[in-house]
Design a protein around this ligand. Structure first.
Ligand SMILES: [Zn+2]
Length: 442
């Protein structure tokens, strides 16, 4: 390289340094961030969120059905109208059909028995001796013989899935799970289908204890478990993915901030709170953040099949490349964020401890409300697969839940625009803070 070139390079560098300090250049990070947050707040519109909920709640968005697909295409159209390219990520899953009938008969027992099935209880008819197996843990089967028999266990120490698997592995042909005192036995799930499953029934505490008392009077006692009509069909659901690329390139601009919500609902529930509310907020965040310059990618996700076991979010996480997984530094999950009958805004993490998301959100919450927000434990939504993959994640939810949750009464007239706007502000502001390049040491 000639000396002339060196002088030229030095001049170029000098002029670059000069222009970096000139007043026409962008502001320093903090005022720019404040400016971004203000612009974002001005853009947010509660009416938009309400209108989206209206559209989404015209009918239940039952997982794996045409109406779930229609909701997805409404969301895709909206996102495209904001200027996003939408990636539709389809996946197959095993859809469970509930039993058409179930019965439990116990020889010589005179009381009434009203068992319930679990979601994913398999069909079958089993007659055999009923054997008490404690809490249904693996060790509870060490000294008893349940081969071909019906195990009866207390649901206290481990998941229903585990209870059914353990009994099956020990050779039991069916299992009765009785619940702790006062717990309703309907609408529980075994999580997902498992080939090791045996027919499983839920019993109330009182009925479970009554059967155990009856077993003391005359040993052995036989019973019959009958579950008919449950089956597994193939179905399809889909996630939607929309990216807002970073506007500035910095050392941290490969990082990804994820904001997501599930849009499917349960049978017969219009799902206004669960979860047209979270869906509508994420949609509005995508619109209002569209033109706010950021240093990192913001990825907006809409999950299908949450209600049948977090399948959409699990699938999305399983398809993340190693690089994208490493760069995903924060995941905000919004589920049930608009009910006027629910409690205060709460932030839940899988293990109840603080992480990147809760720290950013606590700061935003305090700045907006002047007091702190509670961080609790909760794993029953789409943040869980992210956290399990090592991505800091948290759920935003108004808690305690409204009592009409998962019912036909989950309708739009019970949605609070104020609550929608509140969570939109906190999540959007936190996300903007995390996308500021100087602000990554959470
Ligand atoms: Zn939900």
């Amino acid at each position: 390289m000639s000396s002339f070139r060196w002088i030229f390079m030095a001049l170029l560098l000098f002029s670059t340094l000069l222009s970096a300090c000139s007043p026409q250049e962008p502001m320093s990070e903090t005022p720019r961030l404040e400016h971004s947050v203000t612009a974002f707040f001005e853009e947010l519109d509660a009416e938009n969120m309400f209108t989206s909920i209206e559209e989404l709640t015209k009918e239940p968005r039952l997982t794996g059905t045409e109406s779930e697909k229609q909701a997805a295409s409404f969301l895709a159209d909206q996102l495209e109208s904001y200027g996003y390219t939408v990636n539709v990520q389809s996946f197959e899953f095993e859809k469970y059909r509930a039993p058409t009938s179930l019965r439990l008969m116990v020889d010589g027992f005179n009381g009434t028995l009203s068992p319930a099935a679990f979601q994913f209880s398999v069909s079958g008819q089993v007659t055999g001796e009923i054997v008490e197996a404690g809490f249904g843990l693996e060790s509870d089967y060490n000294d008893i013989d349940v081969a071909g028999k019906i195990a009866i266990v207390a649901a206290e120490r481990t998941s229903f899935h585990e209870l059914v698997r353990n009994a099956g592995h020990a050779g039991a042909a069916a299992i009765i799970i009785y619940f702790p005192k006062g717990y309703p036995i309907n609408r529980w799930s075994l999580g997902k289908h498992d080939n090791a499953f045996i027919p499983a029934l839920a019993l109330s505490y009182n009925e479970g204890r009554a059967v155990l008392d009856h077993m003391k009077t005359d040993v052995p006692i036989k019973g019959t478990v009958t579950i008919e009509g449950s089956r597994i069909d193939k179905a399809e659901s889909q996630n939607l993915i929309a990216l807002k690329q970073p506007d500035f390139k910095t050392a941290k601009s490969k990082e990804i901030i994820t904001i997501g919500a599930h849009y499917d609902s349960v049978q017969q529930a219009p799902g206004a709170s669960d979860n047209a509310s979270g869906t509508a907020v994420v949609l509005e965040l995508a619109r209002a953040l569209r033109d706010v310059p950021t240093h990192k990618e913001i990825r907006f996700l809409f999950f299908g099949a949450e209600e049948v076991g977090l399948l959409g979010s699990e699938y999305y996480v399983s398809t993340l490349s190693k690089k994208d997984s490493k760069h995903s530094v924060a995941m905000f999950n919004l589920d049930m964020v608009g009910s006027s009958d629910a409690g205060k805004l709460a932030i839940q993490t899988v293990d109840g401890t603080a992480n990147t998301v809760t720290k950013a959100a606590s700061k935003a919450y305090e700045e907006l409300h002047g007091h702190s927000v509670s961080i609790d434990t909760g794993a029953r939504s789409d943040h869980t697969p992210f956290q399990k993959a090592g991505i800091d994640a948290a759920l935003f939810i108004y808690y305690p839940l409204e009592e009409w949750y998962h019912s036909p009464d989950d309708t739009i007239d019970k949605i609070s625009k104020e609550k929608l706007l509140n969570v939109a502000k906190i999540v959007g502001k936190s996300a903007l803070e995390l996308t500021a390049s100087h602000n990554t040491d959470y």
